[in-house]
Write a protein that binds this ligand. Structure first.
Ligand code: TYD
Length: 134
């Protein structure tokens, strides 16, 4: 098990008119939300991610469809299959992550604790491993 990673169940308001779920910062995310982005129209077989963040934390939700989130802390690897819009995966900083096996028309919402900063990325897995295993 990779420490601090967790699946967080979101509120689900069932209604005959259609269901509703909600995310409020600090209540449902362990961090202040500075940014939201989403990944969509992913061609079959493509892989997103393949990096770690020095500071940024993430909260990933499969708003539609399904995909796998592969996490690696430099020692262990764990895969989370997300396929419900009322579960979020919390990923702390310092974790290598990839997202793959996107279903057709899947939509990945990613809430982030920092604004976009290319300098926060570690894009070389060997560099990441060296940093983690120091
Ligand atoms: P990247 O984070 O590498 O995508 P993924 O992890 O899904 O593979 O980002 C892809 C490109 O999009 C990269 O050139 C930077 C840009 N980008 C932004 O401009 N702002 C953002 O918030 C994000 C996440 C990416």
């Amino acid at each position: 098990m990779i420490s601090n990673v967790k699946i967080i169940q979101l509120p689900k308001i069932l209604d005959e008119r259609g269901n509703l779920s909600v995310i409020e910062e600090f209540k449902n995310t362990p961090f202040k939300i500075e940014r939201a982005y989403w990944i969509y129209d992913v061609p079959g077989g493509e892989v997103r991610g393949g990096h770690a963040y020095k500071k940024n934390e993430e909260f990933i939700v499969a708003l539609s469809g399904s995909f796998d989130v592969l996490l690696n802390d430099g020692k262990e690897e764990e895969t989370f299959y997300l396929n419900r819009s009322y579960y979020g995966l919390y990923v702390p900083n310092g974790i290598w992550r990839q997202i793959k096996n996107f279903s057709t028309n899947s939509l990945a919402l990613i809430l982030s604790s920092t604004i976009y900063d290319e300098n926060d990325y570690i894009r070389d897995y060997e560099v990441f491993k060296d940093l983690r295993n120091d």
